[in-house]
Each structure stands twice: as structure tokens, then as C-alpha cells.
Write a protein of this length. Structure first.
Length: 175
């Protein structure tokens, strides 16, 4: 099996430097130790970390059967080798559709993908029409350009909703 790029918000590191990361792929938390953080400025920030302030991209490996441990860490998607992008983007789409990852964490990854100009029209449309976005469409609005909002409104059938007597609760919050 090839390495799968994983991503999550760092929630807690205990006083001995042990931490666990949630996985997009595996049902169990993935172990890591603070000593795996190599960038000094990141270590300093992590030392003073407020709960949920940092996101990591990482690879993991299996140890002792079903347990996993972090193999490699990146602090930003721009630092991740491109060979991991394709399967990661596929997984992000699944998470936007039916996943268990916090929606705002996914939007953070979406923002980084977008900042790196890695969004294709197909990927954008898949995200904009994903179940979790369609349930709460206002969550993605801050991440969209004016052009993308026009596309999003079209995908939402906004013009049809405008003349409907039964508008969804979020209707007035779409610019």
C-alpha cells in the first residue's frame, strides 16, 4: 500500500510530549511525539499551543498490528511532495461528502489547496456540491471568490429558491 497523506488539527500534546492525531483513513488515533517536530519556530508555537490551533499534514506507518505512528510531518500543504496530492484530494472530497472530519478543518485544507492554485474546476464543483456543504452552504462562502459564489448560487438553484415561498434557513446569508 502506498503512503496516504493525512491531515488533522492538533488537539492535545501531553506534558511528556505524546500526542494523538485523528486520521482521515484509519479508525484509530495515530501516535506521535513532540520530538518529531523539527522546525524550531513550530516547536516553540506548539509548546505554547492553544487547543486546536495547529494543523498538520502527515504520513503514518503501522506498528504492532493495528496501531499507527506518524512517519513524516509537514506544517503546510505547500511543503508536501506533490505525489501525495491526488489521493489526498480524493479523500477530501469523500470527507466533504460523507466524512466525519470537522467541516471547518476540511475548509482549512480547502483554503490551502486553493491558495496553491491546485483546485481544478472538477474538484471545485465536487466540493461545492458535496452533501455537507449543501446542508450548510454558508460555511464555504468566506473561502469563495465572487466568480465562485456565482457558480455556487447556480449549483444551489438559487434563482429558483428566490421565488420560492419555502426558502431554506440559510438563504438570506448567501450574498
Amino acid at each position: 500500500m502506498t503512503d496516504l497523506l493525512d491531515f488533522c488539527r492538533v488537539k492535545k500534546i501531553d506534558e511528556k510530549g505524546f500526542g494523538f492525531l485523528k486520521s482521515l483513513y484509519y479508525p484509530y488515533d495515530i501516535f506521535f511525539h513532540f520530538s518529531q517536530i523539527k522546525k524550531d519556530e513550530f516547536r516553540d508555537k506548539l509548546n505554547d499551543m492553544k487547543r486546536g490551533e495547529f494543523f498538520l499534514y502527515f504520513l503514518s506507518k503501522e506498528v504492532d498490528g493495528r496501531k499507527r505512528k506518524v512517519k513524516q510531518i509537514w506544517y503546510s500543504l505547500k511543503d508536501v511532495p506533490e505525489e501525495y496530492y491526488s489521493s489526498f484530494f480524493d479523500r477530501i472530497i469523500v470527507e466533504f461528502q460523507i466524512g466525519r472530519t470537522n467541516l471547518f478543518d476540511l475548509l482549512y485544507a480547502y483554503k490551502e489547496i486553493k491558495e496553491l492554485n491546485l483546485l481544478t474546476d472538477e474538484l471545485t464543483e465536487k466540493i461545492l456540491t458535496a452533501n455537507r456543504i449543501l446542508k450548510l452552504p454558508t460555511t464555504i462562502i468566506p473561502y469563495l471568490t465572487t466568480e465562485e459564489i456565482v457558480l455556487f448560487k447556480k449549483l444551489l438553484n438559487y434563482d429558483q429558491l428566490k421565488i420560492s415561498d419555502n426558502k431554506p434557513f440559510w438563504f438570506d446569508d448567501i450574498p
